[in-house]
Design a protein around this ligand. Structure first.
Ligand SMILES: CC(=O)CC(=O)SCCNC(=O)CCNC(=O)[C@H](O)C(C)(C)COP(=O)(O)OP(=O)(O)OC[C@H]1O[C@@H](n2cnc3c(N)ncnc32)[C@H](O)[C@@H]1OP(=O)(O)O
Length: 646
């Protein structure tokens, strides 16, 4: 890949990687080379000299990015020339305001041009970019920002989603208040959601408008790229587990670039004529995917808003009007189309469309069938992929050389030694299962896009325990998988941990527990799991509350819990069901155990592990495998009580 990828870099390496170093020591790849992320996105390499750049396939007048806002009424193009000029201007403004290599700039914003320009500007200086979406609550955002301590926060002034317009300034003001303790934080830059109509900064302390911020560049649009070492960091992304604050996962410039080029060139065959529309918010790793397609000179369309408003058809019409070649979406979106009998191939000109990529949750077999039987032209490549934030890439991925079979992903990604380990082995050296049997997804050798560290985790302990605690020197990803014995496709059978995943939006149960622990002192303990039974098309989040002695579980409490989670995290975090429980399974060491509860709710019979201190507690949860019956009983009970009161 190094020789053929077309990277822009300087320096040379003597060793690709030390293959004798265990992967948990995060071996150095391509040591001695220097490169810049933004430079590789904004230019192409000169074929004769990789340290020189050209604008080949990225000519000044060619359209680089298109911005489409909910409802399709706001649609704008930006050429490569303008992108470069605006990145130059903003990066010079940042430099003039003291931003330098290693500094962090965060955004809370939509997938707009402004966010993209900001991303490129900070990384052109050798700084780190980090984005959160506007639907996140201020508490969740602060948990991230207080860890990474950005110099500036770029934030949208307004958001439009589901037909609703929200003034984000009160939320931003709360964030600024929370950031008081961060010495290096210089303030907020408000990005205008409505082009040419920036909101005033009143009510938001330490804020200035974007147009004011760029004045510091004095009109200087010249781009100067700081080439950094291959494994220097350029982005921080986040994931939450079952305990503690979010993990701030730091990825390296070189690792992600080479992995991206591998995906774009070999797995996806993207080129300068490709047009990519990836539906995402800035809070998901798919945002990086919407940027990565630019590396090969493709055009990327940034959509902002709900794909269902004003109608799924309005959203789908972008595929034909913009001649989209590669569309990225989610199983949940395809399911909605199927549910509403929408057949894109009948209603739209999809002659440009080459592929539809789905990710985030398992794509059901029924959707594979529907996709080809009913919905999309047979020539379109259905590409289901799986990977994640932790690797800014994929484990299971598309393969243009082989057929698509129903279920899972076509195969493993190149350059990553992915294996399946026996899931019954809980610790100590792992063992690969015989071919075709299910087990834990692991990586047994270093790959370039391993994250380099977690921000703020000086000892490396959190990093180590996130991936390497189960099997020594082996990355355990947390997915149960199986290679199909005949086709070799990778079947994803579910998460091996308590990560929640409704509609493909992932978050950790700790996001929920911290809200309960902070605001609901009448609750003694809680357990939050995802329920997805064979008959369910999506995962439901179910929260159980154990009340303190003498405290009552009431409808009012449920309502307050849901409201608070919505405010502090996001509406996407709000549990579908909240029930009372009497006991929460825990290990003999007192650690709450979610997995058996999740499995029971999802219709499985669980053999309790010997490490459970209160195995009998599991019995209570079996009734919720038929949650509809529980709800019906509760309703009847309530009616009976109301009647007897009357
Ligand atoms: C390689 C890998 O493996 C990597 C990955 O997995 S990356 C993760 C990939 N995941 C995905 O792509 C996720 C796919 N899912 C989706 O895109 C969305 O669930 C969906 C768009 C399909 C569903 O949308 P939806 O039905 O509107 O629900 P959702 O978007 O969840 O909205 C829920 C609530 O949040 C609100 N909301 C969402 N975004 C908002 C925003 N920016 N501002 C304000 N409110 C917002 C909505 O208004 C809604 O509230 P109301 O009910 O009061 O209206």
């Amino acid at each position: 890949m190094w020789d053929s990828a077309g990277l822009i870099y300087s320096g040379t390496y003597t060793e690709v990687v030390n293959t004798n170093a265990p992967m948990d020591t995060i071996p150095y790849w391509f040591r001695g080379t220097r490169l810049n992320f933004a430079e590789n996105i904004l230019f192409s390499a000169d074929g004769n000299d990789p340290s020189r750049t050209t604008t080949r396939n990225k000519e000044d007048s060619k359209i680089a990015v298109t911005e489409v806002r909910e409802g399709n009424t706001e649609m704008r193009n930006m050429s490569w020339g303008e992108v470069r000029r605006r990145v130059g201007l903003l990066s010079n403004a940042m430099r003039a305001r003291g931003v330098k290599k290693g500094d962090r700039v965060a955004v809370v914003a939509s997938t707009s041009f402004d966010t993209f320009i900001c991303f490129m500007a900070i990384v052109s200086l050798g700084g780190l970019f980090s984005s959160s979406s506007t639907d996140m609550g201020s508490k969740g955002i602060l948990e991230r920002l207080l860890q990474i301590r950005p110099k500036f926060l770029f934030a949208d002034d307004w958001a439009v989603y589901n037909g609703k317009t929200t003034d984000l300034r009160p939320k931003i003001a709360e964030i600024v208040e929370g950031m008081k303790v961060v010495q290096e934080f210089e303030g907020v830059v408000l990005q205008p959601r409505f082009a040419g109509r920036p909101a005033d900064t009143e009510g938001v302390p330490r804020a200035m408008k974007l147009e004011k911020f760029v004045e510091a560049a004095n009109g200087d649009e010249k781009l100067v790229f700081e080439r950094v070492e291959f494994r220097d960091p350029f982005i921080v992304v986040y994931s939450s587990g079952t305990t503690g604050i979010p993990k701030c996962i730091v990825h390296s410039v070189g690792g992600v670039l080479i992995s991206m080029l591998k995906e774009e060139k070999l797995h996806k065959e993207m080129g300068p004529d490709s047009v990519m529309l990836q539906y995402t918010t800035t809070g998901w790793i798919m945002y990086l995917v919407s940027i990565q397609s630019l590396v090969s000179g493709s055009r990327s369309i940034f959509y902002d808003g709900s794909p269902f408003v004003p109608s799924p058809q309005a959203f789908l019409s972008i595929l034909s009007t913009q001649r989209v070649t590669d569309f990225g979406t989610s199983p949940r979106f395809l399911h909605e189309l199927q549910k509403h009998n929408i057949t894109p191939r009948k209603d739209f000109d999809l002659s440009a469309l080459r592929s539809v990529c789905t990710t985030g949750m398992v794509l059901s077999n029924a959707l594979f069938e529907w996709f080809y039987d009913t919905a999309f032209p047979p020539s379109v490549h259905l590409r289901n992929i799986s990977g994640g934030t932790d690797l800014a890439g994929c484990f299971g991925i598309m393969n243009p050389l082989e057929p698509v079979h129903v279920g899972g992903c076509q195969g493993p990604t190149l350059g990553t030694r992915m294996e399946v380990y026996d899931s019954l082995i809980e610790s100590g050296p792992g063992r690969a299962v015989p071919d075709g049997e299910p087990g834990e997804l692991v990586a047994t050798a270093s790959f370039p896009n391993q994250p380099v560290f977690f921000w703020g985790d000086e000892s490396g302990e959190r990093y180590h325990s996130a991936y390497y605690a189960r099997f020594p020197h082996v990355w355990t990803h947390g997915d149960f998988i199986q290679y199909h014995p005949v086709t070799g496709q990778v079947l994803f059978l579910g998460r091996a941990d308590g990560v929640l995943n409704p509609s493909g939006v992932r978050f950790g149960s700790s996001d929920i527990y911290s809200v309960i622990e902070t605001h609901f002192l009448e609750v003694a303990d809680s357990v939050c799991v995802g329920q997805r039974r064979p008959q369910d098309s999506d995962e439901s989040v179910v929260l159980f509350l154990k009340m303190k002695d003498g405290e009552r579980f009431t409808d009012g409490l449920v309502e307050r819990v849901k409201r608070k989670i919505g405010e502090e995290r996001s509406k996407r975090h709000v549990p579908r069901y909240v029930f009372e429980t009497w006991d929460i399974p825990a290990t003999v060491n007192g650690k709450k155990v979610e997995l058996p509860v999740k499995q029971i709710l999802s219709g499985k019979i669980v053999k309790p592990s010997g490490t459970l201190a209160n195995a009998q507690s599991l019995q209570f949860y079996y009734q919720f495998a038929k949650v509809e019956e529980v709800l019906q009983k509760m309703k009847e009970e309530k009616e009976r009580r109301t009647k007897s009161k009357l």
